[in-house]
Each structure stands twice: as structure tokens, then as C-alpha cells.
Write a protein that binds this ligand. Structure first.
Ligand code: SAM
Length: 340
């Protein structure tokens, strides 16, 4: 295993397979227009698989496909199959908004996908229309049902909790998850690139969420998961139901973060908040060997000192990380390019 400067091993990889998305969530892509990655810069499945193999050779055993919306990438099941054959990967997972899941779930499962997380911020179609500018709520629900039918259990459901938008739905989302054999995970609203309308007042903290859950259900018990590096802290409700909370804004997990990120154009990021990434596409396309690429990745990781979310926590007057013009100047700063 390759340790970074703080001893954090390189163990997991998030691959953003496209920067495009079919939703316009207010906390991620609220603008009317975006600067997209040039098409010619997007890596082919073979190129992505080769780079993923380089990471696997350095000790990465978990890979998650994300975006943008990963199911917009044509024939994603083929990539899942290719990644599943990379020696060393024990787990290929997917994070999706669910819109296109109903028609793809069975193929993804057959291709070897192991786990699926679906983003579900509201149970109310009219809220989704306003908040994500989409009238396709029913398709998300169909996607969740199809994922379950295809055998993706336990399914995880991600909710970004935003005060004044969906914080009154926490309990309803827990009950929805229960009814669908899923685990709900509540994510604190983060001031990542793209969240141009972020303000501290809209963040519903882990502590507040725990209080709300305790008020409704009774004592909430933390599940001890020693050595875990997963972002979600898991809790058990008195009736045995488990709930995850991802407190990246008020209690970041930088100390155990083992995640590398690769964008659809082959830029390698050491942190969701990193100012710059390392271009792996140019050496890849100029004929670098796998060993050459591994040396580049390992050197960058060994030098890693990023603790982006903790650094943000230390900012006294916290506001959106980038302005719209800052994002236009470099679309790699966007959450939808980096992969959430
Ligand atoms: N399109 C897919 C989806 O919706 O799950 C994958 C990409 S999306 C960027 C991945 C996750 O990041 C989603 O669960 C989304 O809710 C979360 N996310 C995006 N912007 C966020 C923000 N400002 N704060 C917290 N989570 C955010």
C-alpha cells in the first residue's frame, strides 16, 4: 500500500465517467449553462480501464463509478464488465440519480456491478421539479424498484439535506428506505465547486440530524466500525434500522480519507477540494507504459497532504468555494466533473 504524507493509504478510486447530468440540482448544478469537457478529451472505456488497472496495481481494491450522471455514458455495463476483470478490484459500485436505472439495472448486475447508491433528495415530485428542474420523479422511484429487483441489496439512498428545502422530510425518507429495504444516508450540504448558492445557514449538521432522529425514534446508537474509512457514520435506531450520516461539512473524515478521483478526461485528483489535478491523459496517449503511469500516480499520492474539508472548516467566514466565473475558467473545479 502506498501511504501519503499523513500515512493514509491509497485504497479507493472514484471514476467520474461523464461530466454531463440530466438533473440540475440546486446544490450541484444550479446554473443555466456550463462549460463541458471537450469530447475528444474523454477517455475511452479501454483507456479508463487501463488507468484503473494502474491504480489497482498500487493497492486500490474498490472502485465507484460516478459523475455527472454515470448512466448517461453510453453502454456503461461494458465498462463495469471491463473493470470487474481488473485483477485486484474486489468491488465495483455506482452512484446514480436513478433516472435511467430502471432500464439498465439488470444489465449492470449481469455485468458484475456489486453495489448501487441512488440519490433521492425528496419524496415530493413538485419539490424535485423546483429543486432539480426535473419532472421525472417517478422514474427515480422506478429505478429504485428495478435496482432492488435486480438484486442490489441493501441499496443505499443518498439525501443531501438542505435547510428550507427538504429538512422536513428526514423522517419520511427513513420510512421510505425502510419500506424499500434500503439504507438511508443523510449528507451535509457541502461547499464544493458547483455549490455556488451554498451558505452555512442551509447546512443541517450531523448533530441536528441525530437529535431529530432521536426525537422521533428514541435512542440512536453509533455502530462501531473499527478501521473504517467510509465517509458515512452509521447509526442504529431502537427498532434495528440503520441510518448513515455523512458529515463532510461539520465533522470531515479527512484523517482517514483513502480516495483517489479520476475525471472522465483522465485528470487525477487527490481531494474533492483540491485546486488542481494531475493530467494522466497526456502521458497515457503519448505512449507511457503502465509502470510510467504508476510512478506518476504513486509520486503524487506519496506527496499528498490534502485535508480539503478540514481546511474549509477552519475558514472563519465561510461561503461558496468558487464563483460562477471561477468555475467557467476551469470546469475541473465542478463537483459534476470531479465526481461526487
Ligand atoms: N449523478 C449521480 C448522483 O446523483 O448520485 C452521481 C454524481 S453526484 C455529484 C454524487 C453525489 O454527490 C450525490 O449523492 C449528490 O447528492 C452529492 N452532492 C452533489 N453536490 C453536493 C453538495 N453540494 N453537498 C453534498 N453532496 C453533494
Amino acid at each position: 500500500m502506498i501511504p501519503d504524507r499523513f500515512g493514509r493509504p491509497l485504497r479507493s478510486l472514484r471514476v467520474s465517467v461523464t461530466d454531463r447530468c440530466n438533473l440540475r440540482c440546486r446544490y450541484c448544478m444550479p446554473e443555466d449553462e456550463y462549460v463541458w469537457l471537450p469530447r475528444a478529451s474523454l477517455l475511452t472505456f479501454e483507456e479508463l480501464t487501463r488507468l484503473a488497472g494502474v491504480f489497482a496495481g498500487l493497492g486500490v481494491d474498490k472502485v465507484r463509478l460516478t459523475g455527472g450522471e454515470p448512466l448517461l455514458r453510453h453502454d456503461l455495463a461494458t465498462l463495469v464488465g471491463l473493470l470487474g476483470r481488473v485483477p485486484g478490484f474486489s468491488d465495483v459500485a455506482l452512484t446514480t440519480n436513478g433516472l435511467l436505472l430502471a432500464r439498465q439495472a439488470a444489465d449492470l448486475r449481469a455485468a458484475g456491478l456489486r453495489r448501487v447508491t441512488v440519490s433521492l433528495d425528496t419524496l415530493r415530485p413538485e419539490r424535485m421539479r423546483e429543486f432539480a428542474r426535473s419532472a421525472r420523479h417517478a422514474e427515480v422511484l422506478e429505478g429504485i424498484a428495478a435496482a432492488r429487483a435486480a438484486g442490489f441489496t441493501p441499496l443505499k439512498l443518498n439525501t443531501v439535506v438542505v435547510r428550507g428545502f427538504n429538512d422536513d422530510e428526514v423522517e419520511d425518507l427513513v420510512e421510505f428506505a425502510r419500506g424499500h429495504g434500503a439504507e438511508p444516508r443523510f449528507i451535509e450540504y457541502m461547499d464544493v465547486g458547483g455549490a455556488t448558492r451554498w451558505s452555512p445557514e442551509q447546512v443541517v449538521s450531523r448533530d441536528e440530524l441525530l437529535r431529530r432522529l432521536a426525537d422521533r425514534y428514541g435512542a440512536v446508537t453509533p455502530l462501531s466500525e473499527p478501521g473504517g474509512s467510509a465517509p458515512a457514520e452509521r447509526f442504529r435506531l431502537p427498532d434495528g434500522m440503520t441510518v448513515g450520516i455523512i458529515a463532510s461539512t461539520t465533522a470531515p473524515f479527512c484523517g482517514t480519507c483513502d480516495r483517489a478521483r479520476l475525471t472522465a478526461d483522465g485528470t487525477f485528483f487527490l481531494c474533492l477540494y483540491a485546486e488542481r489535478g494531475l493530467d494522466l491523459r497526456a502521458p497515457l496517449r503519448e505512449g507511457a507504459s503502465d509502470d510510467d503511469l504508476a510512478r506518476l500516480v504513486a509520486a503524487a499520492w506519496r506527496d499528498r497532504t490534502d485535508r480539503g474539508a478540514e481546511a474549509r472548516l477552519a475558514v472563519a467566514r465561510r461561503e461558496a468555494l468558487y464563483t460562477v466565473s471561477g468555475l467557467r475558467a476551469d470546469p475541473h473545479r465542478e463537483m459534476h466533473t470531479r465526481g461526487g
